[in-house]
Every structure is written in structure tokens, then in C-alpha cells.
Ligand binder design. Sequence first.
Ligand SMILES: NC(=O)c1ccc[n+]([C@@H]2O[C@H](COP(=O)([O-])OP(=O)(O)OC[C@H]3O[C@@H](n4cnc5c(N)ncnc54)[C@H](OP(=O)(O)O)[C@@H]3O)[C@@H](O)[C@H]2O)c1
Length: 342
Amino acid sequence: MDKVNRQWLLKARPRGMIGPEHFELVESALPRPDLAAGQVLVKTLMLGFDPAMRGWVMDEPSYLPPVPLGEPMRASGVGQVVASSNPTLPVGTLVQGLLNWQEYSVGDPNQPLAPVRPLPPGTGPGMALSIFGSTSLTAYFGLLDVGQPRPGETVLVSGAAGATGSVVAQIARLNGCRVVAIAGGTEKCQWLREACKIDTVIDYKREDLAARIAASCPRGVDVFFDNVGGTTLEAALANMADFGRIVLCGAISGYNDETPAPGPHNLMNVVTRRLRMQGFIVIDYLPRAAEAITALAAWVAAGELAWREDVQQGFENIPATLQRLFDGRNQGKQLLRLADPE
Ligand SMILES: NC(=O)c1ccc[n+]([C@@H]2O[C@H](COP(=O)([O-])OP(=O)(O)OC[C@H]3O[C@@H](n4cnc5c(N)ncnc54)[C@H](OP(=O)(O)O)[C@@H]3O)[C@@H](O)[C@H]2O)c1
């Protein structure tokens, strides 16, 4: 086992684009070897990256407390138990949880702030964080519970080539909906058509978004699943069907804005079209995670779900990897590999 624990600490709260300058790489002592009953020492193998991390570093009220300055950056990950005082998690067990930007952490399945749980059998680190990870649970519950699509309805998805959006688009297709997907760039649009079997794909970087939505959805949009916000939300609001539903999952286009962009100018369409707009946070659905995992596993086994893992390498590249989500370089779930299981 290594003698030091490398960590990326939050050094400053960003204004504008988040970057490596907001973090500091330090070498700390390994967490104490005398683990309390129930605790395990976990070596991080792989980290997952989420746009929400941009919000977690701000000192503002939210659904989770802000990451304190001088503390390791909060992040989900998969690791391996290297020392254990927990008979249910012996040395060698692969676990997932909030492992943070550090090589080692102490976890306890019964602690609310540092829970770790074993990976589903037969699942490796990449799959646990991607197709069976929180973005897929977000897609499943956000679309089906909040959006409530019916077969034959038109579902519009923004950020559709990403980890969340691509699973939304495919679950909508598997539920008999007509799917219109919005993504940036030729390669991502091609992947949505060919691998995800989505018929109508709009490249928002090259096309007139509002005009293309109007042309692609002549009877209006019944469910809009929004990952992007801003002008994308405005373009969708202009094209909703009566009694449509807008699922507010995220608004990544504004996460790094120094001053918030004005709200949609056409919000009155919610009234005239009798729409329902609802936000949600996946954490509220975690008690029902098994339901989503069962459905996702069946689709994966049947070859019905495509997904991509964008795996970067190296502890020193962690902060720069987070930036890939905000300039669209990530192709699928953004991950970073630190080590392989032993
Ligand atoms: N509510 C919840 O509980 C919950 C949980 C998980 C995620 N989310 C939200 O879901 C969304 C997607 O998250 P993810 O983890 O699946 O990431 P992702 O979609 O895999 O990656 C982010 C993507 O956002 C797009 N993007 C980045 N900046 C943009 C901009 N300025 N304008 C338009 N598009 C931009 C890029 O795609 P293009 O190259 O196509 O532009 C990028 O690849 C985020 O808004 C996130 O906050 C919400």
C-alpha cells in the first residue's frame, strides 16, 4: 500500500469557468489504520464526473452542503477495500460511494456522509459509474416519473449525446415514443442515430434550433427533457404541445456564467399551452434505485441500450477532466481511471 494519500483540495471558489487553478494537489498521510468497527479503507480505482460538481463548490444554499475550502473535492467513485473492520466488506471488495478526489478514503456503509456499498455482481468500475450509475438513474426516473411519456408521444431531449441524455432518449424510444434528440457536433449526432437508434437528431451547433424543433415536431413536443437550459429551453418552450411536460434536469449552459443569464422570455407559454414544468434531484429516488437498475440491466442484456465511457487517465489530470463536461469534449460518461482492481 502507498504511504501517502494524494488529494485534490478545493483552493478557491470559481467565478466563471472552473479549472485546475481552483484546486491544489497535496500529499497527506494515509487515513488511520485503526479503523472503527464497520469502517473500511478504500483505494480509489475510478472517479466519475458530474456537471453538478460546479454547483457543489459554490458557497450557496443547495441540495447538498458546499464543499468546504481546503477539503478534498466531492466526487463519486469506485474503489477497492484494502483494510476492513467490516465483515460484510472484506479486503478486496469493490465498492462505490462518495470517494472524493483522493487516492484513499475511509468509508462505512452505515454512515450517511461516507457510505460505501458493494458493486452489483458482475459489474466493473466503468459500468457501475456509467450505465448503472447516477446519470442513468436520473434518466430513468426523470423521464418516466417526472415526464410521464405515453407511447406515440413526441419526446425532445437536450444534451442528448451525454451520459444522462443518451439514456433518456433510448428509454423514450423503448417506451414507444417518437424521439427528437439535440446534441453538439457531427460525431455525437451520428452516434445518436447509429448506436442509439434515434431517428431525428438536431445538431444545435450547426442548425437553427427553434426552426428544426418546429419542423421535426409538427404536433408539438409532449415531453421536453432539458439538460441544457438557456436558449435551448426557450426554443423548446416555443414548440410545446398543449398539456406538455418539461422535465428540468439541469441547465449546463449557465453553470459557469459569472452573472446568471435572463430567464426564458416566453415563459408565458407555460400558461397558454397548460404545461407542467418540474425539476427533480436524483438523490430523492435512491431508495428506488433497484427498480431502475433491474430495468436498465434487462435492456443492456437485450442489447437495447448503447452507452459510452470516456475514460481519462492520471491523478494529476482530475481537475482538467472536469472541464471536458463544460466544453463538450466528453463522449459519454466522463470517467478517470486511477488504478485497476487487484
Ligand atoms: N437533476 C439531477 O438529479 C441530475 C443528475 C445528473 C445530471 N443532471 C444534469 O444532467 C445534465 C447532463 O449531465 P451529464 O452528467 O449526463 O453530463 P453529459 O451530458 O455527459 O456532459 C455534459 C454535456 O453538456 C453539453 N454542454 C456543455 N456545455 C454546454 C453549453 N454551454 N450549451 C449546451 N450544451 C452544453 C455537452 O454536450 P454537447 O457536446 O452536445 O454540447 C457536454 O457533453 C447536466 O445539466 C447535469 O447537471 C441532473
